[in-house]
Design a protein around this ligand. Structure first.
Ligand code: B12
Ligand code: SF4
Length: 503
């Protein structure tokens, strides 16, 4: 049986722990493998020297989440060439590489996304040097959103890259490791042994995700995390033009409501967990199932609170009131724009009326609505932006908090990137490039839109931010049960909301 470490490099969210890693851990353990997880973000945030550097840097920022500020530090360290920050990040990596190395795993798995990528690649590079120097043959494996999408570019850092859903693939990697054969030809992977690159056929999706063992959070520093992560479905029912969720997870699959509630009860007992965060792309892909989950939670009368992502058009009053009764405290809702033209060209498949209705329904039920706004989508004109601003001004009572996202192209796996002409894009070009340990790739693409002047994005972003500021809508969301409930209630009064406005 193999010894396996699973790593999440920093910086990432500590509101709830990495669910992918927890699922991989339980699936591998079920086969008898020994697994240890290393979620490094809490240690990165607690590191005194790093904290000081970030606090000094924070003075430059008028706004921003902890995660964004720490990501800026990493960016400065590795991309902008800031020598002090580089050293701090490298010291952190060396310390943890030693710790991971001393656990002596045979397979080292990295879970990576765009934010954790720079530190992740440096850590992989460091461990690769240790493997070479120790003449050890530990296997370096990567998976998660970014390796799946940038597999070609990232392959030089790893022996195997897992594309998409990982439980079955990792089980086969571990089984073949034990057999000492066939590692290069596992379905759902790209492999790179001795410079021989093999693109294997893709792996079929797990048909019934309820067959997976419940995710295991046992060696995660729980006190450093807010809520326990849970998932009731994989994939999304929509295919918005800027998003890659449906490409990544392909088909929308849901779990039986009873199994979801059984897992909540299990984690509630095991960790005395009271706060849960759903990690679904959307929790109301099947409103019928969500209602069943709520019915069962109400019946069991568990003292828990929870929240997650939702689509706005599937939140009728009878559902939101049940959700609230069952412990739902917050929803993250991608509104993006209040211009029907823009919504239509994004393929959001929602109307401005549905947005109003959905938000109102949450408000009536007492569910905190955190709204996401996408500014500067290529088809957006200034008149469209004015519609969004007007909507915010007129509907501020049903918007509890908001995040503004200037449209960027981090993913190449969406319709906007692949059919730029249909969105009025005249040119796509590398905007932010990474050069890490000798490997170069594009981290973010820039784009030009016919008839749009250069200052548009900045002007549009600040117009929406200003509207939120005028309406005293913060960008903070409260998820912790008791403290959260108090803060949420206080924030119904504008005086308190103002305390949390970052703009
Ligand atoms: C919940 C969530 C969050 C939570 C954080 C949760 C947490 N602590 O992990 C919150 C809301 C805080 C969040 C924030 C952000 N998020 Co988010 N989030 C998600 C979401 C919806 C679920 C993640 C999850 O748990 N999935 C379920 C688990 C089971 O899947 P998984 O982790 O991917 O793991 C599976 C496979 O990928 C694979 N795998 C993963 N790792 C490994 C490793 C190995 C070795 C192997 C073999 C396999 C493997 O196997 C696993 C099991 O099948 C995903 C989308 C999604 N549906 O996955 C986006 C997603 C991860 N987020 C994303 C982004 C961009 C963000 C933000 C940066 C957005 C922004 N611009 O602000 C912010 C972070 C910054 C900030 N300001 O806070 C992107 C990342 C894209 C990328 N390529 O990097 C995603 C993929 C959404 C998307 N499609 O755009 N997010
Ligand atoms: S933006 Fe949201 S609703 Fe649209 S495809 Fe992505 S996850 Fe689904």
């Amino acid at each position: 049986m193999a010894r396996i470490s699973l790593i999440e490099p920093p910086p990432w969210d500590v509101g709830s722990p990495n669910l992918g890693i927890a699922y991989l851990k339980s699936s591998l353990q079920a086969e008898g493998h020994e697994v240890r997880t290393f979620l490094l973000s809490p240690y990165f945030y607690d590191d005194k020297k790093i904290k000081n550097a970030v606090l000094r840097q924070k003075k430059r920022f008028k706004k921003g989440h902890v995660l964004n500020i720490y990501f800026d530090m990493v960016w400065d360290a590795y991309i902008e060439g800031d020598a002090e920050k580089f050293q701090l990040c490298e010291d952190f990596i060396e310390r943890w590489a030693e710790e991971i190395w001393s656990w002596d795993a045979e397979i080292i798995g990295f879970s990576l996304n765009n934010i954790t990528l720079p530190m992740g690649l440096r850590l992989a590079h460091n461990l690769r040097n240790k493997i070479r120097a120790g003449k050890n043959n530990s296997l370096l494996v990567a998976g998660g959103p970014t390796p799946s999408m940038l597999s070609h570019q990232l392959l030089p850092f790893f022996d195997i890259i897992c594309i998409g859903e990982g439980e079955e693939t990792f089980r086969e990697i571990a089984a073949n490791w034990d057999l000492k054969k066939g590692l290069e030809s596992i379905a759902g992977t790209f492999s790179n042994f001795n410079g021989v690159v093999i693109h294997n056929p893709s792996r079929l999706l797990i048909k019934d995700i309820d067959t997976l063992p419940f995710p295991d959070f046992t060696d995660i520093p729980k006190k450093k995390y807010g809520a326990v992560s849970i998932q009731s479905s994989r994939g999304c029912v929509a295919r918005c033009a800027f998003c890659d969720e449906t490409i990544y997870w392909s088909k929308y699959r849901w779990r039986e409501p009873e199994k979801v509630v059984e897992e909540i009860e299990f984690q509630h007992k095991r960790y005395r967990a009271k706060d849960f965060r759903f990690h679904d792309s959307l929790i109301n892909g099947s409103p019928k199932n969500l209602e069943k989950i709520c019915d069962s939670l109400i019946e069991k009368d568990l003292d828990i609170s929870w929240g997650g992502n939702a689509r706005v058009e599937r939140l009728p009053e009878h559902l939101t009131s049940k959700m609230a009764e069952a412990g739902c405290r917050f929803l993250l809702i991608g509104i993006e724009s209040a211009s029907q033209n823009v919504l239509d060209s994004m393929g959001k498949k929602i109307s401005v009326e549905e947005i109003k209705k959905g938000l109102k329904s949450c408000q009536n039920a007492g569910i905190w609505t955190h709204t996401h706004w996408m500014v500067g989508f290529p088809t957006e004109k200034w008149e469209d932006l004015e519609n969004t601003v007007e909507f915010i001004e007129e509907n501020s009572e049903v918007i509890d908090s908001a995040s503004v996202h200037p449209f960027t192209m981090l993913t190449r796996f969406c319709d906007v990137f692949n059919n730029p002409g249909s969105y009025g894009i005249t040119e796509i070009y590398p905007f932010r490039e990474i050069n890490l340990s000798g490997i170069k790739f594009v981290w973010e693409y820039g784009f030009k839109v016919e008839g749009r002047d250069n200052g548009y994005m900045e002007k549009a972003t600040s117009a929406v931010e200003e509207a939120l500021k005028r309406q005293e809508i913060p960008d903070t969301i409260f998820t912790k049960s008791l403290q959260g409930k108090i803060l949420q209630n206080l924030c119904k009064f504008k005086y308190f909301r103002r305390l949390f406005i970052p703009y």
